[in-house]
Design a protein around this ligand. Structure first.
Ligand code: AP5
Ligand code: MG
Ligand code: ZN
Length: 215
């Protein structure tokens, strides 16, 4: 099963992808995570992406298209994948269609996570993750069971993203409305677009997604 989770920054794409990975035995492919790994490694791609990401703008289409095309050829993607943060522009959506038909694959579901802009800023500015295993947390909405200790690995070091500040979030939201929201009608036209209420509690959103994917 191959799916796309679509939604604005902070909608909960990464949070929900982690649950769906376990339940459906498919893997999360987040272009944001891949680009952050490239920035950290100091690769050529990372050098090209760093400033653009810190400004909250979108990196050039061809870079992310190549990244995804190579990634879905890896053996661990055989069982299916959750695209998180890709496609993000109409040309990316079109390139995805071309690449999937060349690889003999198809999309099963495109799911929009609907959340109003006001709550996104609060969600993003309170977000942090475990420095060791990457597990995601939030100052108010998703705290570790023991304060300061990661539930998953017991790690005690945490980090925040360079683009998670109120100013950059505004640019990221503007980019979403201008560049990414136009792909919703693209998938609606193909009859594979569904939506869930991303404003609900995390566990409630998970149940909604599972219902869509099991239908
Ligand atoms: P990317 O990493 O994709 O960031 P994003 O789209 O801005 O999305 P986020 O990761 O911020 O949000 P999310 O939906 O995953 O939310 P999360 O689950 O963490 O992209 C970063 C940058 O990379 C881009 O700006 C761009 O520069 C570049 N890039 C990436 N892909 C690209 C592409 N295809 N083309 C061009 N450029 C690209 O949740 C957020 C917080 O809210 C968490 O703390 C969580 O605990 C909490 N939360 C989640 N759900 C709920 C809930 N239901 N109720 C309460 N709190 C909740
Ligand atoms: Mg994310
Ligand atoms: Zn951890």
């Amino acid at each position: 099963m191959n799916i796309i989770l679509l939604g604005p920054p902070g909608a909960g794409k990464g949070t929900q992808a982690k649950f769906l990975e376990d339940t459906f035995k498919i893997i999360q492919l987040s272009t944001g995570d891949m680009l952050r790994a490239a920035v950290k490694s100091g690769s050529e791609l990372g050098k090209q992406a760093k400033e653009i990401m810190e400004a909250g703008k979108l990196v050039p289409d061809d870079l992310v298209i190549n990244l995804i095309s190579e990634r879905i050829d890896q053996p661990d993607a055989k069982n299916g994948y959750i695209l998180d943060g890709f496609p993000r522009t109409v040309p990316q959506a079109e390139a995805l269609d071309t690449m999937l038909s060349q690889k003999g694959q198809k999309l099963d579901h495109v799911i929009e996570m609907k959340v109003v802009d006001d709550v996104l800023v609060e969600r993003i500015c309170g977000r942090y993750s475990c420095a060791k295993c990457g597990a995601g947390y939030h100052d108010s909405f998703q705290k570790p069971k023991v304060a300061g200790v990661c539930d998953g690995c017991g790690g005690t070091e945490f980090k925040r993203r360079a683009d998670d500040n109120a100013e950059t979030v505004k640019t990221r939201l503007a980019q979403y409305h201008a560049q990414t929201a136009p792909i919703l009608p693209y998938y609606q036209g193909k009859g594979i677009l569904k939506s869930v209420d991303g404003m609900a509690d995390i566990a409630v959103v998970t149940r909604q997604l599972e219902a869509v994917l099991r239908a």
